[in-house]
Design a protein around this ligand. Structure first.
Ligand SMILES: Nc1ncnc2c1ncn2[C@@H]1O[C@H](COP(=O)(O)OP(=O)(O)OP(=O)(O)O)[C@@H](O)[C@H]1O
Length: 321
């Protein structure tokens, strides 16, 4: 594989706090890579180091053949986590302005902006002001602004946050389109479902450390298939079923429980179902489930991707304690 990006032993300290630890991974040219982890895991810090917006404490980075992202900035597109385009500009002017910052002539930027807005179903919004657009529309405009110059490498920080499912789908299509046109895409998210649908590879990050790098299928293969069982059943009775290695109680309403039972790698679930009926368990629902990327993340890191891991600076009173 030809790598468009390689990180080797990257660490980042903010004062006494180690936000990123000995992080190494590669992204193949032309692929879509998901950089996944809870809020505060160290994703934005890493993306900023890749872009050369802040220095690493140690380690080396190679992006598009350069050890400094700033030297290849015109070949990179970046959608930051904090968004905002000039409210009084029209989308066409805003997109062309961002293109011009990367060396694209204004007239060409406007031409491309009109075409790309049309392609994204935003033709009618072209002459409105940015402040008149919905959040979903504005986010699409901002993504277009970050890629209008035709970058080889696109870095998107939490591009799906704050979008409704419809707009999330539209954004997924845009990202697929960028890769289909030959760009390499690296995007961060704490929502595993997007990565599951989009990515060639994923890098899982928890508390500043890499927990996994590989394909989505490889990540899922680290986790077990499981059974969802519901009824007036004791968890110990489910734990005794053939093939079941552990049981977790998801909910318990006066003894009617929803249980999640992890299966041994070679267990199919049918044996457990048969045994459940033969022993007369009160099974009201029984389903065999494949692990999701979310399950794999929890299995690999012991952390829930939905939980914030940010370490906030101590308030003066906390610090005095
Ligand atoms: N400039 C800074 N000074 C001190 N601590 C920082 C700084 N920037 C980030 N941190 C801390 O480093 C940790 C990682 O933050 P980072 O923003 O990289 O995580 P993240 O995974 O991108 O999360 P989020 O999606 O919430 O931004 C957090 O605990 C954060 O509070």
């Amino acid at each position: 594989m030809t790598a468009a990006l390689t990180l080797d032993g990257i660490s980042k300290r903010y004062g006494d706090f180690q936000a990123v630890r000995d992080l190494s991974f590669s992204v193949a040219k032309g692929s879509i890579c998901g950089f996944l982890g809870p809020n505060g895991a160290g994703k934005t810090s890493t993306l900023r180091m890749i872009l050369g917006l802040q220095p690493q404490t140690s380690g080396t980075i190679s992006i598009l053949g350069s050890s400094d992202g700033r030297r290849v900035r015109d070949r990179i597109g970046f959608l930051p986590e904090e968004r905002g385009l000039y409210k009084k500009m029209t989308p066409v002017d805003a997109i062309a302005f961002f293109g011009a910052l990367k060396g694209l002539p204004m007239s060409e930027g406007k031409r491309r902006a009109r075409r790309m807005l049309e392609e994204q179903g935003l033709g009618a919004a072209q002459s409105k002001k940015m402040k008149e657009l919905s959040k979903g529309m504005a986010q699409k405009v901002q993504l277009i602004a970050s890629v209008v110059h035709g970058p080889e490498f696109v870095i998107l920080d939490e591009p799906f946050s704050g979008l409704d499912p419809m707009n999330q789908q539209g954004l997924e299509q845009m990202i697929r389109g960028l890769a289909a046109d030959g760009a390499t895409v690296l995007f961060s998210t704490h929502v595993m479902q997007h990565a599951e649908r989009l990515c060639d590879t994923v890098v899982l990050l928890a508390r500043g450390r890499k927990a996994f790098e590989g394909t989505v299928d490889q990540a899922k293969a680290t986790s077990r298939r499981f059974l969802e069982v519901e009824g007036a059943i004791d968890p110990t009775a489910v734990a005794a079923l053939p093939g079941v290695v552990s049981v977790e109680t998801i909910s318990d309403r006066e003894g009617v429980r929803a249980l999640k039972a992890a299966l041994a790698p070679d267990a199919g679930g049918q044996e457990a179902l048969k045994a459940a009926f033969l022993t007369g368990l009160d099974v009201r629902r029984f389903a065999l489930k494949e692990p999701t990327l979310h399950d794999a993340f929890i299995g690999l890191t012991g952390d829930n991707p939905d939980q914030d891991q940010s370490v906030r600076p101590a308030t003066p009173t906390e610090a005095a304690r």
